[in-house]
Design a protein around this ligand. Sequence first.
Ligand SMILES: C[S@@+](CC[C@H](N)C(=O)[O-])C[C@H]1O[C@@H](n2cnc3c(N)ncnc32)[C@H](O)[C@@H]1O
Length: 227
Amino acid sequence: MEKVLEDPRWPEKWPFRPENFLRYDESPDTYFYSQPRFVTHIDDQAIKALTKFYGAVFPPSGGQSTAVLDICSSWVSHYPEGYKAGRVAGLGMNEEELARNPQLTEFAVKDLNVDPTLPYGDNTFDVITNCVSVDYLNKPLEIFKEMHRVLKPGGTAYMSFSNRCFPTKAISLWTATGDADHIWIVGSYFHYSVPGGFTEPKCKDITPKALFGRTDPMYAVFASKQA
Ligand SMILES: C[S@@+](CC[C@H](N)C(=O)[O-])C[C@H]1O[C@@H](n2cnc3c(N)ncnc32)[C@H](O)[C@@H]1O
């Protein structure tokens, strides 16, 4: 899977069309997300693998000048237990979920499919995360451009995902394609949103190696704002 972004052969122009970003359920997202869901969307092993990955790539815990943003956040961010930063902002759709997230120091409720601007200043965050939710964003280039604006130079955005989703709310491009395609698609968001603005996106396959049975696959696609 990691090889997908080793030689992505980006076409000159972003190859997707507006209809690729339609969802089966085009009613306002506020309806779908009005009820809190205090559940996890991937299995425990996949969560553990993501937390371990975050632990390896995040700035050290406790830095007062460190700022982290979790977009499409909920009541859990899967950050290492006790992880602390001067600012840990969460943005999502459900206030009750966000209010219960113990890792956040602040939160904002906002529908990014209505208005893809991020309510934060330029060059603010060292890290941006988005767990199992990039597939719900129907204006990805605008949002990735915004992520670029709010990242500090050298800051990194980590998009992690599995093969599970709310299918009626995911973009049709996602539901019509598989894991390797998803890696290329998310890589393309970085590549085309701000030409030359991000480092070339990379993929890390963090799928847990289960001794018995199967676990949810887990991939992180990430790139940094050019310093
Ligand atoms: C599958 S849940 C994942 C939640 C969390 N990131 C996690 O790992 O458990 C999808 C999340 O995407 C957020 N989301 C979906 N559509 C959104 C939109 N249009 N604008 C902002 N957030 C959105 C929802 O608030 C929800 O928390």
